[in-house]
Design a protein around this ligand. Structure first.
Ligand code: GUN
Length: 284
């Protein structure tokens, strides 16, 4: 059954090798190293793990990285002034503000303050706009990673019914736009969707990004569907679980991403990709 697995680690490794080679070439030719700054406000344990993984991955491919860990009580002005400094720092090509931010901070104000040229998350309205009109500059990392995995496994997207579960700005909305640009017929489902089971059962591709452990069950999935599981849910026993009931669904689907080892590594890889791209564009 392992032939049904979409191996995010494998696809990541291939892309990271390309990033590493390109970074080495740029260093030789231009004496420049791509640089990423990650900003973390507060103590959210999941965010701390993400940021730590990002740092390690940067080291592996030759990207300089900085972490700015700020306390939960950091004011919005303090955060904005750090971002301003990073916007003007030549060592830094990519700025990532880890979400979620504490509730006293206005998230969209902060994301809008990141220079669009260094917005490696693709969350600035200018980059969201470019994506919307089909001329993306920085594509949000998780949806970008999803498309790369589908391409690597030669999954046909054109003309297929793609159902995206979840409508977040980070995953659901940009994933839907990218699938649409690949000529899928896209449906976005969310907490108010009425005929969810019916819609899902008709899907050739399902992207599950709702943050509910084991939500998508075997009975909801069409025979031969391709399943992308974005969920990272911590169960009471401490184990990680996706939004998809993996053991059941793998019996009926044609391809499925595991959790962990599917979407997760690809998100970080596409962040590295965007950081390199930012440096490449600044060199011209
Ligand atoms: N929190 C969860 N996913 C992400 C992401 O892709 N980028 C940022 N900045 N924060 C996140």
């Amino acid at each position: 059954m392992s032939d049904k697995i979409i191996d995010g680690k494998l696809v990541s490794e291939k892309i990271r090798n390309v990033i590493k080679e390109k970074a080495q070439r740029i260093q030789k030719e231009f004496s420049r190293v791509p640089g990423l700054a990650a900003v973390l406000v507060g103590e959210d344990p999941a965010s701390q793990i993400y940021v730590r993984n990002k740092r390690r991955s940067c080291e592996d491919v030759g990207i300089y990285s900085e972490e700015h860990k700020l306390s939960e009580s950091t004011t919005q002005d303090e955060l904005l002034s750090l971002i301003d400094k990073l916007n003007n720092d030549n060592k830094i090509n990519g700025i990532l503000v880890q979400l979620p931010l504490p509730s006293h901070i206005n998230e969209s104000l902060v994301l809008n303050s990141v220079s669009p040229e260094k917005d490696v998350d693709g969350f600035h309205p200018i980059n969201a706009g470019y994506l919307f009109e089909g001329q993306p500059k920085f594509i949000p990392c998780t949806p970008h990673g999803i498309i790369k995995m589908l391409e690597f496994y030669n999954v046909e997207i054109e003309g297929k019914n793609a159902v995206v579960l979840g409508r977040s700005n980070i995953v659901g909305k940009p994933a839907a736009i990218l699938l649409l640009q690949k000529n899928a017929t896209v449906t976005i489902c969310h907490s108010r969707t009425r005929n969810l089971n019916e819609v899902l059962k008709n899907a050739d591709i399902i992207v599950a990004a709702i943050g509910k452990a084991h939500f998508v069950k075997k009975e909801m999935v069409k025979e031969g569907a391709v399943i992308i599981d974005v969920g990272i849910n911590r169960l009471e026993n401490g184990k990680l679980a996706g939004d998809v009931d993996f053991d059941g669904v793998r019996e009926v689907c044609s391809l499925i991403t595991p959790v962990p080892g599917g979407v997760g590594p690809m998100t970080i890889t596409m962040l590295l990709w965007n950081t390199l791209k930012s440096l490449e564009e600044s060199i011209g």
